[in-house]
Design a binder for this molecule. Sequence first.
Ligand SMILES: Nc1ncnc2c1ncn2[C@@H]1O[C@H](COP(=O)(O)OP(=O)(O)OP(=O)(O)O)[C@@H](O)[C@H]1O
Length: 252
Amino acid sequence: MGSAVIESRDLNLYYGKAHALKNINMDIPEKSITAIIGPSGCGKSTYLRCMNRMNDLLPGVKITGTLGFRGKNIYDRDVDVVALRKDIGMVFQKPNPFPMSIYDNVAYGPRIHGVRKRETLDHIVERSLQQAALWDELKDRLRDSALSISGGQQQRLCIARCLAVEPEVILMDEPASALDPIATSKIEDLMRELKERYTIVIVTHNMQQAARVSDRTAFFLMGELIEYDYTKKLFENPADRRTEDYITGRFG
Ligand SMILES: Nc1ncnc2c1ncn2[C@@H]1O[C@H](COP(=O)(O)OP(=O)(O)OP(=O)(O)O)[C@@H](O)[C@H]1O
């Protein structure tokens, strides 16, 4: 196993009185795919959103414990959240390209981080679209609106937009659930390629998808981490009865 990039230690999250994450202890290894599965409402998205501090702006949210990224607690006061989100990018369930050109979508992040030179931006846009397996499809349409391409292309464009700022970690919240099977399999192929260079954490409702793409799987239930293991082990020989019940469809 590679070294851990993200380490949760006794992580708790409360939405007001509701205890949504309970003492989560989990190490996420680098350059691999970690899937988070579990029934609706078990805290999967909440946990994912903790990793780039998308929750702590909500009123009434309280977080205790630590979430380390490269050895530093991201909930420390001096953490620059904008810089954190450059290192830990996020791709959402519904493709959400900005209403601007394909080029400007990908150049958006680098421009925010101060890149101005046209040549450099051109290079970043090409590299990011290449990595997202979109360059050949879109290289002659860079000036077209990002809203004019298919849903599957839009989702890969959102991944390219995330790659443009050279993150270390990519968080994906149900990235293929709005897509058809062909577009879904392209996203899964892409994830397999990206894990050579990036650490990927994916929340998915789809157990087959977790089994197909991930190296490790974490099973959450009512805010608790019940079991976390190599994907093959967790699906073929789960240690906990509740995991077994869930993966065999007995509940959830
Ligand atoms: N902004 C919020 N305010 C209050 N409660 C919330 C908020 N977001 C989530 N919750 C609650 O926290 C719990 C965990 O929700 P979360 O969305 O993390 O679950 P999930 O496993 O991702 O579910 P799903 O698969 O349905 O997306 C649920 O009980 C949910 O209702």
